[in-house]
Ligand binder design. Structure first.
Ligand SMILES: *Cc1c(COP(=O)(O)O)cnc(C)c1O
Length: 464
């Protein structure tokens, strides 16, 4: 399998290089040259298989020759061994034909573990073979950083540095980053906000001498391997509910558009998905895009579902590429307008295609809290705020009642205890397997918002 850039101006790469590179050199994102499909028989045969085996069969065509079958199976086994549920991503029921896909059984209690745990093992296997070492540097507003630390801790060929805004992440999120005691893990608290942290990481990538010197690598949400890993649970969920003999719809709490794009990938591969519903909080650029065709940035307003507080939905570029018949030049022009003028308007044809596959709905802060209360009263389940945004959207967009509606539950409620408690009065406890989080010692380096200061920490460790 070969990968091409959404902007049409970067070299074609194989799976391994695509995974290690992240962003394409023309500023675009890598996508597969063609969409492999599974036949109806192959999808039927997924029923009842362990998660790891479904992952193997779904991802295999994309991975190509990069790993042998035996290597890839071993990688998958290691990736999901640390999950707290034997089904890895189980379903639960919240209505007559309404389901939650629980994606929060990984080590940091959010869905990002599903992809990140796999990426950690893929990197390690690939680097062992080449003898190379890399330095992973990432900025986080909370969930991605801890997921990356959990995925790469203790690995031989990787040093990992995570920058988070000092004083602006929750206690659970901070402790998940500062308590792992592996020597290759470094949590850096920067004096600034998330945008500052993100900007300094970009600066490091743009400093080519530094980048090559320390072997910088990125694992942010545009990494193709992350998107691909997320396509797997659409298959396990849909097959459990009767696919391919029955259609299934999904609603996804959406920020960077990675998770829901994975659903689109599953559909392209032949999974009979009826509707894909984009759920947003008050930061609703995607909902406005479906509504009017205008994709226009506005300021970010902080919400109780902070992992969806974004202004630029990076992976939406991958869908644009499809909506514009895979014409890189058209995508490059739209993305130029987005960064230059702050927005663009979809062509009529592109908007029609978008609406043919996707619906969208937005939840206000009050509607989010209200949904946490309603679902608690109806089912006894306590939702995280991101999941509540999606349940609200799913109920609003519910079509044919005979089509199962699956809502992606992207985090455990215990990760956002303050918002959940103020919505419904219950302070959700951490699962038993991580109940010592508040007893462990923290290890963190405070750093000023200055590129030189950060580089001397990252570079210094690397040489040592
Ligand atoms: C990252 C995140 C999201 C948004 O996912 P995208 O792939 O960026 O759309 C939703 N919910 C939670 C809990 C997250 O951590």
């Amino acid at each position: 399998m070969k990968y091409i850039s959404t902007r049409g101006g970067a070299p074609t790469l194989g799976f391994e290089e695509t995974m290690l590179t992240g962003l394409a050199r023309d500023g675009g994102l890598y996508v597969p040259e063609t969409w492999p499909t599974l036949t109806e028989e192959e999808i039927t045969a997924l029923a009842g298989l362990p998660y790891e085996e479904v992952a193997f069969r779904v991802m295999r065509p994309f991975v190509g020759e990069a790993f042998t079958d035996e290597e890839f199976r071993a990688i998958l086994t290691r990736a999901y061994a640390g999950f707290g549920h034997v089904a890895r991503c189980p379903l639960s029921q919240i209505g007559p034909n309404d389901w939650l896909l629980e994606l929060f059984h990984g080590p940091t209690l959010a869905f990002k573990d599903v992809a990140m745990q796999l990426i950690g093992q893929l990197f390690e296997a690939s680097l062992k073979r080449s003898g190379k070492r890399v330095t992973i540097v990432g900025a986080t507003s909370g969930d991605t950083g801890s997921a990356a630390i959990e995925a790469f801790r203790g690995l031989d060929a990787v040093e990992v540095f995570i920058l988070f805004p000092h004083g602006r992440v929750s206690d659970v999120q901070r402790r998940q980053m500062t308590t792992p005691d592996d020597a290759n893990v470094h949590a850096l608290a920067i004096d600034g906000d998330f945008d500052d942290a993100q900007a300094r990481v970009k600066d490091m990538f743009n400093d080519h001498a530094f980048r090559d010197g320390v072997g910088l690598a990125g694992v942010n949400s545009i990494n193709w391997a992350r998107v691909l890993a997320q396509a797997v649970y659409y298959f396990t969920a849909a097959v459990s509910l009767g696919a391919p003999h029955r259609k299934v719809s999904f609603t996804v709490p959406t920020g960077n558009f990675g998770d829901i794009f994975a659903g689109y990938v599953a559909k392209k591969m032949g999974l009979p998905i009826d509707r894909l519903v984009i759920a947003t909080n008050q930061n609703d650029i995607l909902h406005r895009t479906l509504d009017s065709g205008a994709h226009v940035k506005e300021g970010v307003t902080p919400s109780i579902s902070p992992s969806m507080d974004i202004q630029v939905s990076s992976n939406f570029e991958r869908l644009l590429f499809e909506l514009y018949d895979r014409e890189g030049a058209a995508v490059a022009q739209l993305m130029g307008e987005l960064s230059g003028a702050g927005g663009f308007t979809l062509s009529q044809g592109a908007l029609q295609r978008l609406r043919a596959e996707f619906d969208s709905a937005r939840a206000s802060e009050e509607e989010t809290s209200e949904t946490i209360r309603t679902v608690l009263a109806e089912t006894g389940q306590v939702l995280c705020p991101h999941t509540a945004v999606a349940v609200k959207a799913a109920r609003e967009k519910r079509g044919d009642a005979s089509v199962p509606m699956v809502v992606l539950a992207t985090a455990h409620a215990a990760k956002f205890p303050d918002a959940v408690e103020s919505a419904c009065g219950i302070r959700p406890p951490l699962p038993a397997r991580m109940s010592n989080l508040f007893d462990l010692p923290e290890r963190v380096t405070r750093v000023e918002n200055d590129l030189g200061a950060i580089q001397s920490i990252v570079g210094g460790e690397r040489v040592a």
